[in-house]
Design a protein around this ligand. Structure first.
Ligand SMILES: Cc1cc2nc3c(=O)[nH]c(=O)nc-3n(C[C@H](O)[C@H](O)[C@H](O)COP(=O)(O)OP(=O)(O)OC[C@H]3O[C@@H](n4cnc5c(N)ncnc54)[C@H](O)[C@@H]3O)c2cc1C
Length: 379
């Protein structure tokens, strides 16, 4: 009996599950412990068709909807959220180029994502996290091209990225640029804040831009519209981040259920205590509710209607549910839950980190507040 039936095409989900259990699960604890970028896994995922699920076929993608993308994120993150977050930085880059990029950028870069291009999204700086209305990284015109100078922090997948999306401020406002790795003046280092306790897919590096020269077509979309682009693209990554959180929550739930189904106390299995059953009943209901919301948000990405509402609600709810479920999973497993050789610490650390990364709970509530204000003004 399947506790977590597929929310979309069951055969497709079965294929991803099989891949994740075969290729990712055996390495999950090691990736977390050593904090390394799972390069081989991401390259194998590209070959299996999972790195560009929602890109059109003519751009080298699988041409599927965002429900399929959510399923990929959920299933790979059930095995390892570090792999999930590695995939999300790839999706962020391809989404921004697909939606806002000029023809030259689309032709050059979109086909490469399906072939395994590894990428990062660099927005945050030491002095600009949630507040990105202005940035210390500057871009100035240089003839037909641009010169970028500044430093980015917390850059996920930055230790392995072959391509970066970088936000920098021009005289007319925050703007977005496509930047291949290996350019003169572009380097990264492991800073004092690069090691996280969760979502450990290699150090979240500092990225240094020392007069990095770019051609004119490297500007993505309209100069000065970077914040609007970032907010629009975040609806995609927040929905998929919700799917990552569901993967973590399901993994914690299943592992804890398996444990209490065997463990005995006071002459019965732990799952037979009603108090313990109630914990699981609540966890099941919460995960199911959050899961439905994530797939509803994926539908909104496909339809283009109310994306900010559903993406924000999905990430807000799913991230909280994952943290709550992971904490309760530790509790019901007793000492085993706390052991380093059990996976629960990883689930809890990954879940908590996703209440902040990619848009904190508070910022998501602000977005929902703005949505409600908009609805009121229109009524
Ligand atoms: C694991 C991880 C991976 C990350 N990967 C990347 C990456 O790849 N690329 C990238 O660019 N960034 C990345 N980040 C950075 C991340 O996006 C920021 O940490 C996040 O946006 C919050 O910014 P901050 O940490 O500076 O917090 P701050 O903005 O300093 O906020 C501190 C606290 O104040 C709250 N707060 C701030 N503003 C408001 C407000 N208006 N109303 C109410 N509360 C508010 C916040 O919610 C938070 O609780 C990553 C972070 C983590 C933890």
């Amino acid at each position: 009996m399947e506790l977590w039936p597929a929310c979309i095409d069951a055969d497709y989900v079965a294929g991803v599950r099989d891949f994740a259990r075969r290729e990712i699960s055996p390495q999950a604890d090691d990736i977390d412990r050593r904090d390394v970028y799972p390069r081989d896994i991401l390259k194998a995922m590209a070959k299996a068709g999972y790195n560009a699920v929602a890109l059109p076929v003519e751009d080298g993608g699988a041409g599927l909807g965002y429900g399929h993308a959510a399923a990929v994120f959920e299933e790979v993150s059930y095995a390892s959220a570090a792999v999930g977050i590695s995939l999300i930085t790839i999706f962020q880059a391809q989404t921004i180029i697909r939606i806002f990029g000029n023809d030259t950028l689309k032709r050059e870069w979109l086909p490469q994502f399906g072939q395994g291009l590894l990428s990062s999204y660099a927005l945050t700086e030491a002095n600009h996290g949630s507040d990105i209305r202005s940035l210390d990284t500057k871009a100035v015109r240089d003839g037909e091209g641009w010169v970028l100078t500044g430093e980015k922090s917390f850059i996920t997948s930055g230790s392995a990225a072959e391509f970066f999306i970088i936000l920098a401020e021009t005289p007319v406002g925050v703007s977005t640029f496509a930047v291949p790795a290996g350019l003169d003046g572009l380097s990264s280092y492991i800073g004092t804040n690069s090691a996280t306790f969760g979502l450990r897919n290699g150090p979240h590096v500092n990225l240094v831009l020392d007069r990095v020269r770019l051609p004119g077509h490297a500007l993505i979309g309209v100069e000065g519209k970077g914040v609007r682009q970032a907010v629009g693209t975040l609806n995609y990554s927040r929905t998929l981040a919700g799917a990552i959180s569901i993967g973590i929550a399901r993994a914690a739930f299943d592992a804890a259920l398996a444990f209490v189904g065997k463990r005995k106390a006071f002459d019965q299995r732990v799952i037979e205590f009603q108090g313990i059953q109630w914990y699981f009943a609540e966890m099941l209901a919460e995960i199911e509710a959050a899961r439905l919301l994530v797939y509803r948000a994926a539908e909104a990405l496909d339809s283009g209607v109310d994306q900010d509402r559903y993406a924000s609600a999905a990430k807000l709810k799913a991230a909280k549910v994952a943290t709550d479920v992971a904490a309760l999973a530790v509790q019901v497993c007793g000492a085993y839950g706390v052991m380093e050789n059990a996976p629960f610490g990883r689930f809890l650390r990954d879940a908590k980190a996703y209440e902040i990364a990619g848009g904190s709970a508070e910022i998501l509530k602000n977005t929902l507040g703005k949505y409600l204000t908009r609805v009121l003004a229109a009524s």
